[in-house]
Ligand binder design. Sequence first.
Ligand code: IZC
Ligand code: ZN
Length: 417
Amino acid sequence: MSVDTLITNIGQLLTMDKKGPVKGSAMNELPVLENQAIGIKDGKIEWIGASKDAGDLKAEKKIDAGGKLVTPGLVEAHTHLVFGGSREEEMALKQQGIPYLEILKRGGGILATVNATRKASFEELLKKALFHLDRMAMHGITTVEAKSGYGLDKETELKQLRIAKAAGEQHPLDLVSTFLGAHAIPPEYKQDPEAFLDQMSELFEAIKAENLAAFVDIFTETGVFSVEQSRRYLQKAKDKGFGVKIHADEIDPLGGTELAVEMGAISGDHLAVASDAGIKALAASDTVGVILPGTSFYLGKDMYSRARGMVDAGAAVAISTDFNPGSSVTENLQLIMSIAALKLKLSPAEIWHAVTVNAAHAIGKGDVAGSIARGRKADVVIWDAANYMYIPYHYGVNHAKTVIKNGVVLYERQMIR
Ligand code: IZC
Ligand code: ZN
């Protein structure tokens, strides 16, 4: 047999080859294969076996993994990728104790980014999005979800979605797009949020026609959209054939987690202040809880999502960065894995499920991303680590050594000596 690329001498291999979403105690069951090799052909996984048997394979390119850890490319299930400007001046406001929702109320926060995004050109925003995708790839991410929501008018929301589509076409990473027109109430509609939601739902048709998004999302929060408004809006989206997601129970416990389950959402995201009833409902459903502990960390909160309780209750949980210019400014999902270990008390095995197979399920890519298996896309990371427990343990730096997407080496880390 001949392959294009052969990776030998893999110390630990996590294939994550499970039918997902992986729920409850199964998230802690992590098969680890030792002394393995992987053959890649035409961008796909062709062969997996013991490294000692790889000698029979002819290969154009050989990569010695040096006894290190190899895993599927990470899946990033929640980002606000396309935006103009940045909000570093809000850090001082946060230090003065001004809450996130208060900054938003004063026209800052999301609305500041909306102004910058409306002003920026297509090319400018695309260039910026591609830069952030590069950085995500350099940190071992091979599939990314991207939300709109910094336009809040028909024209700019469509512009954001078209930029995400162009970014997905131009960048080697796979991109899944979500329409988050219902991200905040723009000043023009302050007195009439219902009319604003009507405007946004009028876009569903055009978004479908241009194939600009797979999912529709809404920010269900105090001062933004109520549970009732969210239910009506998401039902319209479902009627048009979209999958739905919710920014639920991020700051105030409004019952967004329960709503996500009731609506059959593919994911309920944040869930930082989810109620006991919400957690119970989530555990009994196939909705994936996308937990974003980097946001609690970055907003300086003491309250983290009860992800430990969710997994113990039997739920499927994913972990993501929430990369955005306001409440979580990082492309480094490895850092979020450390925060998940320290603040959510998830085990390394649970965390690896949360950033691979379960994250893939949370964005409808469970059958193509988040695992290493014969016939699948060859999205593979070789880490500067001997074992899987090491990544959350050694925090804040990039451990990705070689990042392979569709069988092609995208990134190879360079040291100074
Ligand atoms: O720009 O602050 N929570 N949306 C809902 C965000 C955070 C993103 C932002
Ligand atoms: Zn978000």
